[in-house]
Design a protein around this ligand. Sequence first.
Ligand SMILES: *[C@@H]1O[C@H](CO)[C@@H](O)[C@H](O)[C@H]1NC(C)=O
Ligand SMILES: *[C@@H]1O[C@H](CO)[C@@H](O)[C@H](O)[C@H]1NC(C)=O
Ligand SMILES: *[C@@H]1O[C@H](CO)[C@@H](O)[C@H](O)[C@H]1NC(C)=O
Ligand SMILES: *[C@@H]1O[C@H](CO)[C@@H](O)[C@H](O)[C@H]1NC(C)=O
Length: 358
Amino acid sequence: MAADSTTKLCLVSVVLLLGLVSSLQGVSADNLTKQKLNSKILQEEIVKKVNEHPNAGWKAALNDRFSNATVAEFKRLLGVKPTPKKLLLGVPVVSHDQSLKLPKSFDARTAWPQCTSIGNILDQGHCGSCWAFGAVESLSDRFCIQFGMNITLSVNDLLACCGFRCGDGCDGGYPIAAWQYFSYSGVVTEECDPYFDQTGCSHPGCEPGYPTPKCMRKCVSGNQLWGESKHYSVSTYTVKSDPQDIMAEIYKNGPVEVSFTVYEDFAHYKSGVYKHITGSNIGGHAVKLIGWGTTDDGEDYWLLANQWNRSWGDDGYFMIRRGTNECGIEDEPVGGLPSSKNVFKVITGSDEISVASV
Ligand SMILES: *[C@@H]1O[C@H](CO)[C@@H](O)[C@H](O)[C@H]1NC(C)=O
Ligand SMILES: *[C@@H]1O[C@H](CO)[C@@H](O)[C@H](O)[C@H]1NC(C)=O
Ligand SMILES: *[C@@H]1O[C@H](CO)[C@@H](O)[C@H](O)[C@H]1NC(C)=O
Ligand SMILES: *[C@@H]1O[C@H](CO)[C@@H](O)[C@H](O)[C@H]1NC(C)=O
């Protein structure tokens, strides 16, 4: 009897948890026809429409990065799945002192010029790993900002080893789960577990297969140990969906990961301050937010680094309208603070204490 009612209770809570899917990045993508999915993502018609629009505020072009890509291939890169609400249970929402004086414009690259990783533009290949890139890139920057060290952390560790807790690897995942992984599992360096490898088409750079890489838990170079290469975070949080709080968070702690809805016109972004003008909702995407400012025309913007290489957009970067939650960009910024564990090595059991540089 007792066991029976426990089982029932469990079933009820499982059903409840399954039902609780956050709507934050959950604006579901449009249902596209097979014909649409097989057509090219880049269209002269969209370029024309944007560039002739009197108030677009941005320029469109046929970006080389997607010169041959179909809508389906482009959609594949948009790997942010709607976050299950249970993942957010107990995750603090950080807000900042509203009296903190913030500059009118801010660029993390110039604020912390010694941290070259902030300005890196990466390439997610053909895998829907944006959820992992935005997280790993922001955490790498935060290690440099906090501890004064250059470090590139491994997207592959997160992508291959986080498993279903993070979602579905190259088929998309949850940004908040990536940050949680940094707390409980840590993440090795890119040197230990690189994103691209030489093993033919099993890696995320290859077409047409691009499966999620296998979790090897072993550094590619023989003299590095997986466990010692792990770098951790001490906290995981979302930032309050208020531009002031998001700006204060970047100003104090460095870049954050944000998600937003991508429409067809975004594939054509070249320069200026993006806002959605035309095209269908293709999916959810995650990137790294590195600053803000206001144009000469008085338009407030966010400054972001994408991971579609430098032949897309403004040398790999883009700006998007700030303060109006354009495409949901202000909905759910996520971050965490780096831990000194494994950064400063203390050799216990002997008199020797060495501070290692990484
Ligand atoms: C797409 O189709 C599914 C199932 O047919 C439906 O539940 C969903 O509401 C549709 N989404 C949109 C955005 O039209
Ligand atoms: C682009 O597509 C065409 C036709 O679909 C194909 O012949 C060509 O090899 C492709 N080019 C690249 C660079 O993939
Ligand atoms: C960007 O694309 C170029 C040309 O395809 C490639 O050689 C380079 O490795 C890419 N950059 C990154 C960071 O993967
Ligand atoms: C990181 O590397 C760059 C270029 O190699 C160097 O100029 C910079 O000082 C380094 N930063 C730190 C924090 O060591």
